[in-house]
Ligand binder design. Structure first.
Ligand SMILES: [Zn+2]
Length: 286
């Protein structure tokens, strides 16, 4: 799932490649992906792309005339930049992976795609990004928040730190993968309760957030959009590495599974050497 660093890199790539070009056509292949109907997709035709920005994990393509194509890539969505398209024929609504296509006046453009059968990618064409419900409720940006803001936000919500850190209304931009990495770097259990964190633990968590996200942005920016996914995987220490050695201490990375997600952590680095209870596993054992 694209998180803050990947979306930041995609925005950066669009700023380099698409800003200044005019939109020829905005094509919607997955009708359910477009969540707005006014302005109509035809409103962007002939208008220039003036900027590309990020709000949390949302990508915002700013088009002249106060139009914003705001996109949430969800779990399996991605943006593919095309130097050219194989055909000028508009996409037909269908079941393929392409949800939205933006054709630019130099023949290039980009596709928003979504793999798999669960279609969650959401696109909004609005005159104000704050009109997008998910954008309106975003908390402060996780990478930009200073320590007092970060601490205040984390303490404002009582719960397991993994869940609070990924709650977009507390802080925006961090999802399942980078929260595993941040908690590992901060040497904190994913199940630590936020309002019991000490000032020192919060400071470590803040520093880890800046470091992990900052490093990931640096790795991703400048890369071609199509290559970003692999780059993200290369930098991870615990996420999606169950059973592999922790690169910091050598202990085996472990996993806790939930109904539709899982988290990874290192017992030695994060939980005093004790494995966390995996509810799915303990239910099976019982
Ligand atoms: Zn470790």
């Amino acid at each position: 799932m694209p998180e803050l660093p990947e979306v930041e890199a995609l925005a950066g790539y669009l700023r380099q490649r698409a800003v200044g070009r005019r939109v020829d056509r905005l094509e919607i292949a997955a009708i359910s992906a477009l969540k707005t109907y006014d302005p109509a997709p035809s409103a962007v035709a002939g208008r220039a792309v003036v900027d590309a920005r990020r709000h949390g994990k949302f990508l915002d393509v700013f088009i002249e005339g106060d139009l914003h194509l705001v996109v949430h890539l969800a779990r399996a969505g991605w943006l593919h930049y095309r130097e050219a398209f194989p055909s000028a024929t508009p996409l037909r609504p269908g079941k393929g992976p392409i949800a939205v296509r933006v054709r630019l006046d130099d023949g290039s453009g980009f596709d928003l795609t979504e793999a798999g059968t669960q279609k969650k990618l959401a696109a909004y064409l609005v005159t104000d990004p704050a009109a997008v419900p998910g954008v309106a409720k975003l908390g402060p940006d996780a990478l930009a928040a200073d320590l007092p803001t970060f601490s205040e936000r984390l303490r404002s919500r009582r719960g397991q730190v993994k869940g609070v850190l990924t709650d977009q209304s507390v802080l925006s931009g961090v999802g399942n993968a980078y929260s595993d990495e941040i908690l590992h770097a901060a040497k904190l259990s994913p199940f630590a309760i936020t309002d019991r964190l000490t000032d020192a633990q919060l400071a470590a968590l803040h520093a880890a957030t800046r470091q992990v996200l900052g490093d990931a942005v640096e790795r991703s920016v400048g890369q071609r959009a199509a290559e970003l996914k692999g780059e993200k995987r290369a930098g991870l220490k615990v996420h999606a590495r169950t059973g592999l050695p922790c690169p910091v201490c050598g202990d085996t990375v472990r996993e806790v599974s939930f109904a539709d997600s899982s988290l990874q952590y290192c017992p030695t680095c994060q939980t005093g050497g004790k494995p966390l209870a995996d509810r799915r596993l303990s239910r099976l054992v019982r």
